[in-house]
Design a binder for this molecule. Structure first.
Ligand code: BGC
Length: 511
């Protein structure tokens, strides 16, 4: 395929690579990123479905009755129900377990088969959910979807980082996140329409997840395996051929040799998970764990999962709360696109710091407005409600050009090849563990903390912004295999951990 008309020549201390941004790379990446669509659809669908009366009446009659009480004693507690939260959270529990297997399949069989497995799990989950006649089928369906999410989020971002030319690695990686946000928006729009179809609209909401599920499964059949994975598994010639194809040039020797060298080092590592724990990997481990915990403690999923319930809590009608969720979903997509264009220009740190300030301010404002507005009659004035929706949108936009994409991007680019797959697994596990916590706890926390929940998240945002200022190095435009030299060895703290360690010596002790 002809190149897009511009080429990349990357100057590095070690060597120079040549490559074009080929349409082939772009199309492959779009298909690979469709795992994100599915992930997003699952995030966005549950809040709307659980706000539908017909769904609540069938599966959660206790919540339905409470919702119908004309004067519930505490508006903040209407939806505080363990099983309702389990409907949302069970997916992430399953995802945690699945990602451990996914790490094995990505390393042993490659990124592509792992994505196919994800697609098949998704299809199974969708069928169970759309056909559910009892809570068990519903939860089992969510568990299968969770397995799909575990496999897709393991292989997708890794695939994108490996196939992308360095210069646009950030942008291509964020495609996964962009698809996640498109999936959420698609789910919000579907919920808005499906709510009007009674009594089976919720089945349509859950069933339409079949579209991204099939897209991922079929798309994965057409993409190539990454050169990194081929080389890692000993298919050198195939790896080189793919590299030529995706770079649109025959002159790939320099990049190929670096890949082979990185892979040779990786081969010496017999126990990637144990290797992760070694001293020289501590900076990456620490940063990845923090990024995932912080991403969830921005409070974003309180909005993504429960926006319709949150808006109903604030006194919005069914319809208004569902279209407010569509608005926040659209803001999420637009801000992610802004991130794609700025991440490799202004850099990761700048985006995170700016967003930290923006998220802090909006959360404090929401907390204050709710505290003042919902005291006496438990109903907000129209003006306050509009300002709150605006603030939620401002908060979501900041998250979506920072912690949303960058939590995943930075984690996928800081690990060296020998621990990359294990590192990605850790990333997904920690992320899902804390997504689970928020999904399972938010409605109960809202009931206990009331408007104070927003101050709770604001405090976390303050902590994470300080973390970025002092502990997170910039990785913009640094080739994956040169992170140690250019990032870790230059950082005031992390350089203490990565001083020229000879990998083979370490492994000798390990074996
Ligand atoms: C997060 C999800 C979140 C989504 C919102 C992702 O990066 O991992 O938990 O729901 O962004 O767009």
């Amino acid at each position: 395929m002809p190149p897009l008309g511009f080429s990349i020549r990357r100057q590095s201390v070690v060597m120079e690579f040549e490559g074009h941004i080929t349409p082939y790379v772009i199309i492959t990446c779009i298909l690979a990123a469709s795992g994100g669509l599915m992930f997003g659809y699952d995030i966005g669908i549950s809040g709307g479905v659980t706000s539908m009366d017909t769904f609540l009446e069938k599966f959660f009659p206790v919540v339905y009755l409470r919702k119908k009480e004309p004067h519930h004693e505490n508006a903040y507690c209407k939806y505080d129900n363990e099983s309702l939260q389990l409907f949302t959270s069970s997916l992430y529990m399953a995802g945690i377990v699945a990602t451990l297997f996914a790490s094995y399949t990505t390393k042993t069989y490659g990124r592509r088969p792992t994505m196919i497995i994800a697609g098949l799990f998704f299809i199974g989950g969708v069928v169970l959910n759309a056909a559910a006649v009892n809570l068990l089928m519903l939860i089992l369906g969510r568990i299968l979807l969770g397995c799909g999410v575990g496999f897709a989020t393991q292989a997708g971002p890794l695939f994108l980082s490996e196939i992308a030319p360095t210069r646009i690695r950030g942008a291509l990686n964020i495609l996964f996140q962009l698809n996640t946000t498109l999936g959420i928006l698609f789910a919000n729009v579907v919920n808005y329409g499906a709510e009007k179809i009674k009594p089976w609209g919720w089945r349509l909401s859950l069933g339409l997840a079949g579209i991204p599920a099939v897209l991922l499964t079929v798309g994965s059949l057409f993409i190539v395996e990454t050169p990194n994975s081929l080389v890692e598994r000993g298919y050198l010639q195939e790896g080189k051929a793919v590299l030529r194809k995706i770079r649109g040039t025959n002159n790939v020797d320099a990049e190929f040799n670096e890949l082979v060298e990185a892979s040779r080092m990786a081969q010496q590592v017999k126990h990637p998970f144990r290797n992760l724990l070694e001293r020289r990997n501590r900076p990456q481990i620490f940063i990845t764990i923090c990024l995932q915990i912080f991403q969830q403690f921005t409070g974003i999923n309180a909005i993504m999962f429960y926006a319709p319930l949150l808006f109903q809590t604030l006194g919005f009608k069914n319809d208004a709360s569902l279209y407010s969720a569509v608005i926040t979903g659209a803001v999420n997509v637009i801000a992610t696109i802004i991130s794609i264009f700025s991440v490799d220009r202004v850099g990761r740190r700048m985006l995170l710091i700016e967003a930290g300030v923006q998220m802090f301010i909006t959360q404090v404002v929401i907390g204050v407005l709710l505290g003042a507005g919902m005291k006496q009659d438990q109903k907000l004035t129209r003006g306050t409600a509009i300002v709150i929706v605006l603030m939620v949108c401002t908060f979501v936009s900041a998250f979506s050009w920072s912690w949303g994409p960058l939590g995943w991007l930075i984690s996928s680019e800081i690990f060296p090849l020998e621990t990359r797959s294990a590192g990605q697994s850790l990333t997904v596990c920690v992320n899902f563990a804390f997504t689970f916590v928020i999904a399972q706890a938010f409605l109960s926390m809202l009931c206990r903390f009331k408007y104070g929940i927003f101050f709770f998240f604001a405090a976390w945002v303050l902590i994470m912004t300080i973390f970025v200022l002092f502990l997170l190095p910039e990785t913009k435009n640094v080739p994956l295999e040169e992170m140690t030299e250019k990032v870790w060895k230059q950082h005031w703290l992390w350089k203490k951990y990565v001083r020229d360690v000879d990998l083979s010596d370490d492994e000798a002790g390990d074996a």
